[in-house]
Design a protein around this ligand. Sequence first.
Ligand code: PLP
Length: 380
Amino acid sequence: MDSLPKDKPLFTPGPLTTSLSVKQAMLRDLGSRDTEFIGAVRELRDELLRVGGVSQQGGYEAILMQGSGTFSVEAVIASAMPPAGKLLCVVNGAYGDRIVKIAQVHGIETVVQKYRENELPSVEAVDEALAADPEIKMVVTVHCETTSGIINPIEAIGAQVAKHGRCYFVDSMSAFGAVPLDFEAAKIDFLVSSANKCIEGVPGFGFCICRHEALLETRGWSRTLSLDLLAQWEGLEKNGQFRFTPPTHTILAFRQALQELEEEGGVAGRAARYEENYRTLVAGMRSLGFVEYVDPELQGYIITSFRYPEDPNFQFEKFYDLLNEAGFVIYPGKVSDADCFRIGNIGRIDKSNVEALLEAIKDALAKMQVSQVGAMNAGA
Ligand SMILES: Cc1ncc(COP(=O)(O)O)c(C=O)c1O
């Protein structure tokens, strides 16, 4: 792959390794009112809808929002929750917890259905909560919970939300662009992701894909100025411009990244490479004795949490440093009930990078004199 040789491949959930051509696309200085830039923004918004399998004519909108992914999550919560009413948060990881926190900051009442981080949420529980409580106006869940790598049943949850006529918001930050999704079948009203995940751009903005009708209903509800989703959309529609300084370089990189997604065969093509990375990783890690935190049937191919080896010689910091010295960047764990580290399969990395990482892991274990890899806390 063509990333700059001095950069270590990033086996993380983002920012990710990007192609040289994506980085080179930023070597421009376009003004925010420049016609070329405005054209790029329009192109990006249309292309994002295409990646999502929907269109503006079909009743969907794509809105770009400055900031990291969390800003876009907050934009939806703070803009699309009506002034009164509750938010049902279906949570099985840290990013679900963060959504609860965002709602609390804005004084929005929440109903939280909380699950263990390697457990799928109950679709029936969503149905029951909505049947029992008409004050719940919106349901939110995370598509790929990047905390563990589990893939949540967003279509099945969406069917329940639609049955009860409520609004449905999906945080698809680490899945959009690489995990096939039938937007309309999943009955999604609002979905967010960001530039530096599976589309393989660089950090700087997030985006929301939403149903036009659901967006228009939010008029007058926004609790913030800068994260006002409807105002942002109106600005983009009116003159193609952002209301406040846009991340011009990031947008140019993203335009290139979207072109490369298309060249790779769109969502299906990207999914195929990431799945190959995942299969190679898991087979290699298992042969070294590592155990995954999430059951393989629930595990997605985006990122995998591995339990620490039981050998007392294993120290994550040392392991991380040895891999870093060997030229590989992995990621600490985030689950709350087991000691784990994470390895991401996304970004401009392929099977050969994963194979090289596996060799480095083998060497690091030998250097640390770790022989008993079979995982700790495997019952957790
Ligand atoms: C599912 C999910 N939601 C939200 C976020 C937050 O995104 P950011 O760190 O860009 O604010 C992340 C980041 O990895 C994520 O994976």
